[in-house]
Each structure stands twice: as structure tokens, then as C-alpha cells.
Design a binder for this molecule. Sequence first.
Ligand code: NAI
Length: 705
Amino acid sequence: MGAKYEVRDGVAVITLDNPPVNGLGFETRREFSAGVDRALADAAVRAIVVTGAGKVFSGGADIKEFGSPKALAEPNLLSLILQLENATKPVVAAIHSVCMGGGLELALGCHYRVAAAGANVALPEVKLGLLPGAGGTQRLPRALGVETALNMIVSGEPVKSELLASIPGQKLFERIVEGDLIDGACAFAREVAAKHAAGAPLPRVRDLKATHPNADAYFGFARNMVKGMSRNFPAPAKCVDAVQAAVKFSKTGKFEDGLAFERELFITLMMTPESKALRHAFFGERAASKIPDVPEDTPVRPVAKVAMIGAGTMGGGISMNFLNAGIPVVMLEMKQDALDRGVATMRKNYEAQVKKGKLAQDKYEARMALLSTTLDYADLAQADLVIEAVFEDMGVKEQVFKALDKVMKPGAILASNTSTLDVDKIAAFTQRPQDVVGMHFFSPANIMKLLEVVRGAKTAKDVLATVMAVARKIRKTAVVSGVCDGFIGNRMVEQYGRQGGFLLDEGCTPAQVDNAIQKFGFAMGPFRMGDLAGNDIGWAIRKRRYVEKPGMRYSKTADLLCEMGRYGQKTGAGWYDYQAGKRDAIPSQAVVEMIEKHRAALGITPRKISDEEIVQRLVYSLVNEGARILEDGIASKASDIDMVYLTGYGFPLHRGGPMCYADQQGLFNVVQAMKRFAANPLDDATFWQPAPLLAKLAAEGKSFT
Ligand code: NAI
């Protein structure tokens, strides 16, 4: 796999050929470079056309090589671009479908570019916390103009080729080719070869100038805009610096200085924890869909029709995902009024989107037209996948799964959205446990990205493969979890919540804890989160769970809060006070007094706890339970745990997830901190016993990932 070479009537066509996206890996670069040499050496070749095989021109760097020495091995991308730029015969890039990152930088090294309409053109490096490092920040402003180029570089978003070609004065695309792209590109190459033979020089993007009439004011403005948008990420501001350098060095005519400056910024960004976190999340997302013992070519079952049991909070939200993806849903309830309420809520959600201009009226209607409702199980029989979201009660689940077992066609997948119950027990209510799986969505289910796919002891491999494929279709990040109480996410959050309680007992207020962890980057602290989800839910779980585990210590403040009737936003009061119709969390004197009274009853003298200690105790409680989850085989890799926390629990993206964060701190240091916490008599020494896996990795100087 690399590059193909052919000569068509005096034009050498060199085709990048490295499926799936013609990534510019070492082999590809080597063969491509050899092709260019061959074309230059062949007297019968007058011009060169560069393109990509299959569906894309090039998606850019080969992600498999990322960060490895291979990425820099000669010919590296910079050298390849120079080779094209200095070629003595005209080089034309023929661009179609996708031209991104290094692919676009390569094209900018060509003398001319022609494109098919509809190609997505982008420099998306910023999304990995980087900037284009092979001249993109220097050449694109020269070809496209400073403002358009900076917008593209800072946002990383794709722009259609025909739109770029329509910008007055642009030099990115010579023309948009209609009809066969390669034929068109070869015809164009012959035209320019004739002109070149007659003495016309070969244009190079580096010889153009990047100018702006009010450069200082514009870059000042751009810097402010970027600051507001990208609080925790250094890359966008560096993109502005790099493009500003393109303008500066256009004046002095020193293109090479601009390249060197870009390189320096690129290397600096590559080392930042933020970029490491973003790259970790990028790979983690892809890795999550791979299940160690389920081969990638496992055949999947067709899912053309979905049934939903329960039209409550989750049932409605889950159904919307399928309607949005064009998959019909039939929804079942016990009573007509429950169905009516559920449908009305879905309509309200869609109408809010229509009002905001996010959804067209006709699309809304088309989606609702895919929904049908029923009170009769017989109407579900033909569904390929049924998802249950009824009350969280094993007795109710039993009724539902026994009923489903009777009516569903053979091969249908039976999924439960349970958040705490044993999926193996649920599977055992049926005669087909191999077809039963957990699909644990998060609320609001039409918005939250995360889907925990709970693999039962008997769940068939093709059922897992199918559910992962379904998740992709409805644009969820699916992570496989084994069966255990709370699965990955809630099992860890329980420890985080317990630690939050200990902090209250020792001297913190809820607001102090929330503010510290929000400053760290969490969307919401544990107490605001409790108020949003409903504190009574945790209360019910504790009543059940801590009866089973009597030795488990936790702060009683959360129970006392519920005894005060403060369930959270829904009752207008929780850890915070709320004003009617508003979501602002107002610190509550009554709650502070309750905590102080409880503290006094325990004989604790409060102490001032630093934000640093709060953050470490909360995050490391996640890390320690995460390590146990890995050990138990509930998660198959550390990055899966990080994906759960990044997509389902508001863990700050620039920290990469709890396991990635712990790795960045150094596991040795994490364990040291845990030893300090364990020595605090008010904390819980058992709680801070490092999980054996964590202790082992720390001792060996290794990391989770
Ligand atoms: P909900 O109370 O809003 O909705 C449950 C619905 O199921 C009600 O409309 C009820 O009429 C219906 N129902 C009850 N028994 C039924 C039966 N035998 N046949 C048909 N319909 C029946 O509850 P919610 O919040 O939607 O939760 C549903 C499930 O999703 C539970 O298992 C819960 O643990 C789980 N879950 C809830 C999350 C949340 O944040 N609310 C998050 C993730 C999972």
C-alpha cells in the first residue's frame, strides 16, 4: 500500500493509495516521492497530477504513526512538500471528497490545485490541540487570504471546495472540474505544461504574500475571540500567532522563517498536556468500538425497526435518537395517557429545536412520522431491537422480559436501559439470554453522547457487534462494560460522591467543593450534579446498598438532606436553594447549618481544606475505583474508562479523563497522595487502599495507558 503511478498521454498521475483515507504514512510517502522522481526523470512526462485513490484525496497524517519516529522518517511530509514545490515540471493536485490536514498541506505544495465540487477541505489539527505543522499556517493564508485561512485553522471545520473557489482573488483552486476529475486535471496539466514550455514560471504558494489592511487590529481582535472560545486550550491562540507570522514574514520575504516559527509552535503544542489529552480522547473514541474478543468482521444483525418499552424520561429521549437517524420506533406503555404524555414531551423537545432554528419543520414532522405507539406487545413482534426503559424494579423488568420473550421474532435483540440492576438476572427471565444486552443511556438521552453497552455473561458476540454498530448510527460513543453494580460510570461516581461527603464532614461547604472541581474543569461539581439528578435517587440506592455492605462508611449529610425534603432542583431545594424557574444554585444557610450540626455531633473540629486537596481527593477516588474496574475486567482498557467520563460525566476534556490525568500526574505521585489521605483519621483508610493494579503500576513506574 502506498502510491500508484501511471502515465496518461504525457501526464504522470501519482495516486496516494493507503486505505481507508490515504493517510500519509511512511510507505505511502516513500512510494509517492519515488513516483515524483520517476516522473521528473522521464522525458516523455510533461506534467504531474497528484490525487488519492478510492473515496478521498487524503485525510492527512497517518494516525497510526502519530508521535512515533516513523512520522519524521524521510521523506517526511515537509520534505515531500518541498520536493513538489521545487519540481521542474508542473504539479497539479486533483482534489476530491476529503482533503484534510497534511493532505491539504501536500496540495499547497503543488503548483496548481483543481477540485471536484463537494470536497471537504480542512486543517483540523486544532482539534487535537495542535496546529498544522507542515506549512499549513504559512501557505493557506497566502492562498486563501488571511481571514478565511485563520477561520479554517482555528475552527478546524471543513469547508466545501466550491465555496472556497468562489472567494474573490483566492489562489487555492485554479478551477472546479465538472465531469471526470482526473481527465479534467490531466487536461489542465497539459495546458499549463504548454505554457511552462513557452517560458512561463511555475507558481509557488510560498511566493505569494499574506496581507491584511489592518493586520494589528485584526489579529488583536482574533486573539480575543479565540480566548473566549478556548479557555482551557493553548492551540487556538498559537494558530493566531502562526498566521500572524505568515503576514510578518510576507513583508520580509522570509518564508523559511515563518516555517521555522510554525515548527517551533507545533513542537511546543505537541508536548502540552492539553494536546496529549485530546489525542488520547481521539484514539480512545476509536479504540472503544473495538472489543478484544469480538473480531471486527463479526457479522451484524440488521436493525431497521426499533421497539421501546416505556415512554418516560428515558424512553422518550432514547426513541428520539432513532427517529433522528431515520429508524422507525414503536413505543409501548401500559396506559394510553402515559403514551400521550411521552409523545407530548418528545414533541416539546423537537419544537424547542425548531424554534431555535436547529431543526427544520419538515424534518421534525418526518421524524415524528416514524414514531408509532401501542399498548399491545403483539405490535412489537417484528422489531429487530427492543429497548426497555420501565421502572427500575426487578419485578417489573421480569414481567417485561417474559412478555418480550414470548412475542419477539427470533434473532431480535432485547436490551435493558437499567442503571443498577443485574443484566444477567434480566437475561435469565428469557429463553434467549444470548440476545439480551444492556444499553445504558444517560439523561437527557437525546443529547448525552455516552452509551454504556453492558455485556452479560451470555451475550452473543454478534449482538455486541450489532449494538456497537447501532451506536455509531445514532452517533453515540459506546463503551462496553461488564456486569457489576453501577457498571463503569456509576460505580466510580459512587466513590467520588462518598469522598465529597467526607469533605463536608471535615470542614467544606458544598459550594467550596463544587467550585474547586469546577475550576479544575468539570462542568458541574458533585453537589450541583446531585441537585440536578435528584438527591432522592442516591438516597434510595444507599438504603439498598449500604444494608448489603454494612461496613461501608459514608457521610450521613446526604441522608439528612433528603430527610429535610431537599431532593434538588425538582423540589426547589437541595444542596443549594433555587428560585422558581431558574437553575442558579444559591448557597443555602439551612444546609450549611445542617452540616455544621452533624459535624459537631461527630465531634469534628472543621479545618480549612485547600482546593488542591479537594480536587485530588475527588479525582483520585475515581482513579482508584477505575483501577479496580480494570482489574475486575469490567472495562477492557483504561481509555474506555476515560471515554465514559469525558462523554458522560463532564470530566474536563483538556485533562483527558481520570486515568489519563492520573498517568500525567505520575502513578507514583498518585499513590503518595493516597497514602497521605489514608493517614487522615477523618478520611477512610480502607477507601484509600490503592487498588492492587494501581499499586503495581506505580511501583514499576508504569502507567495505565
Ligand atoms: P420514568 O419513570 O420516567 O419512566 C418509566 C416509564 O415506564 C413510565 O412512563 C411508566 O409508565 C413505564 N412503565 C412502567 N412499567 C411498565 C411496564 N410494565 N410496561 C410498560 N411501561 C411501563 O423512568 P426513567 O427515568 O425513564 O427510567 C427508566 C429506566 O431507565 C430505569 O431502569 C432507570 O434506572 C433507567 N435509567 C434512568 C436514567 C435517568 O437519568 N432517569 C439514566 C439511565 C438509566
